[in-house]
Each structure stands twice: as C-alpha cells, then as structure tokens.
Design a protein around this ligand. Sequence first.
Ligand SMILES: Nc1ncnc2c1ncn2[C@@H]1O[C@H](COP(=O)(O)OP(=O)(O)O)[C@@H](O)[C@H]1O
Ligand SMILES: [Mg+2]
Length: 307
Amino acid sequence: MKIAVLYGGVSNEREVSISSSKGIMKALEKNGHDVIGIDFHPERLQEVIELNVDLVFIGLHGKHGEDGCVQGLLDMLGIPYVGSGVMASSVAMNKFKAKQLFEQVGIPVAKGEQYRMDQETNIDTVVNHIHTNFEFPFVIKPNREGSTVGLTIVRHESETKEAVKKAAENDLYILVEQFIKGKELTVPVLGEIHKEKSLPIIEIIPKNELYDYEAKYSVGGSEHIIPARIDEDLTEKIQAYAVLAHQVLGCETYSRADFLLTEEGIPYILEVNTLPGMTPTSLFPDAAKSIGISYEEMIEQIIQLSL
Ligand SMILES: Nc1ncnc2c1ncn2[C@@H]1O[C@H](COP(=O)(O)OP(=O)(O)O)[C@@H](O)[C@H]1O
Ligand SMILES: [Mg+2]
C-alpha cells in the first residue's frame, strides 16, 4: 500500500510526534509498504492530495493533529486515514467534555470544573471560585493539551493564580480537578468497532512526582510494569472501563486511556488519547510487546483495522 505518514505539526508535542512517526515509518517500510513522510502543515495539503495515497497514518499529537482538525480535512478530501474520526478526536481532546461522557456511563472521574479564560475573564474571580469549590490539593491544567504541558498541582492558596495563568497560556479553557493520589495506569484499546479489546494494563512508575513531560519522554524517566500489579477482578473492571471509554467517545481502531487507581481501588479515568505515542519505547507498543505482538505487527494490525 502507498501510505503517507503525517508527522511534526505545530503543537507542543511536535518532537514527540517526530519520534513516534520515525517508528511508524520504519515499521511500515519493513512491512513492505510504500511510505512517504510529510512534516505536516496545512500548506502541504496539496502534496498529500497529489500523492494519491491509499491511506494516511496520522503520526501527529496534540493540537490540529489529534483534535479532529486534520481528520476533518482528510474527510473532506475523501482520503482514508488511521484511527478515530473528527467527533471522537475532538471530544477526547476536550478533557472536560470527555469526563462528562465517562461519568454518564459510570466510569469514575475526579470532580472537575472548566473555566473559559478570555480577555474579559477576571482571574481573581476564577481563583475565588476555585477556592470555594475545591479542597487542596487540586490540579489545574489546560483543558485541551497533552504531555502534561501547563499542569500544576496546587497545594496552597498562594499558588492558584500562577497555576491558572500557566494553564491558560496553553488553552482558552482550563480544567481544575481534585487531586487523586494513586497509581498511574494506562490501558491500550485496539479493535474493530463494537469488538474492541484491551491490551494488558500498564502500571507506570514515574521517576518524578508527576508523570510529566520528562518522565514521559526521557530515557529512564519512568518504569513500565506490565501487566500492572492489580488483582484479576479489578484488572477486568479497569479494562472494561477503558473499552467503554473508547466506545462512548466513538473512537475507532485504537486509543489509550489514562487512569489513577486509588488505594481504595477506585480507578479514576483522566483521559483517552486517540493518537497514543508510538515511539518504540512508548506505552502502547510496550503493552503489545508484552503479549508477543511486535511493533511491526501492531502497526500492521492498526492499518488492517483501519481499512
Ligand atoms: N486529577 C489529578 N490528580 C492527580 N494527578 C493528576 C491529575 N490530573 C493529571 N494528573 C497527573 O498529570 C499527568 C497528565 O495528566 P492527563 O490528564 O493525563 O493529561 P495529559 O497526559 O494529556 O497531559 C497524569 O498522568 C498524572 O500524573
Ligand atoms: Mg495523559
């Protein structure tokens, strides 16, 4: 097949995307496909059209790649692509909206509130509202961002304003969430619509306090334990939640759900990633590897499922 891999882009996750796409392109070539990599920018859309490819593999992350925008462009052009469509991508990227859907189907979510931070917004009013509605510690993050960019754990009143400003630098909307103390888990989901299955749960032990940018992408920044050290019943429950989250958002082919599991055994879902990282040391490929699916096989499965 002739496959274009779109990588790079304009989001904060540009570097991650470049790394993911290198892995994807190498695997596709190994699998015998004709692969063209494109450092994507809307101005390069004409090139994508002229290439007349069989399929586009979206190797982008974050804004404009993972949020449905590129998917919309490709839909309009009738070019098939891998993974979720416009609606699921867009809703998954919007953590607040996604949480509302998760809650509706009974998946535990941390108490959260969204604030619009436009030029007319009075920051002190927002800060006061947060202080009356949340107990310390809480988390402030951009509503539509990834890679833990712009996120602060707020432990004291004096920190709230800075945290609000920092999150607002990355999105028009900020999300405030009750801090959940728990194990970091992530659950890959793969499969045809209505028949999705979860791969083994990954337990993440970040070297830093948070699973932040450094812990996510630097070598040795975190340790992955697969399968996670959780009893069978709870494992099944969390896997079922991950599949349900994928389905309620309307995701297609693959996704990866992030959870925090408390000591009491409550798995709070944080988000669903519709274009999970695919660097050779990323979580999704690691889970596949743990059940004997090589990186190349996994990429091929994703391709076949997308057709
Ligand atoms: N409510 C929360 N309580 C505790 N930690 C959180 C909370 N929200 C986020 N975190 C931490 O920040 C990381 C990134 O948060 P997440 O919501 O998954 O956003 P993204 O991965 O898109 O940046 C999580 O993996 C976790 O370590
Ligand atoms: Mg996450």
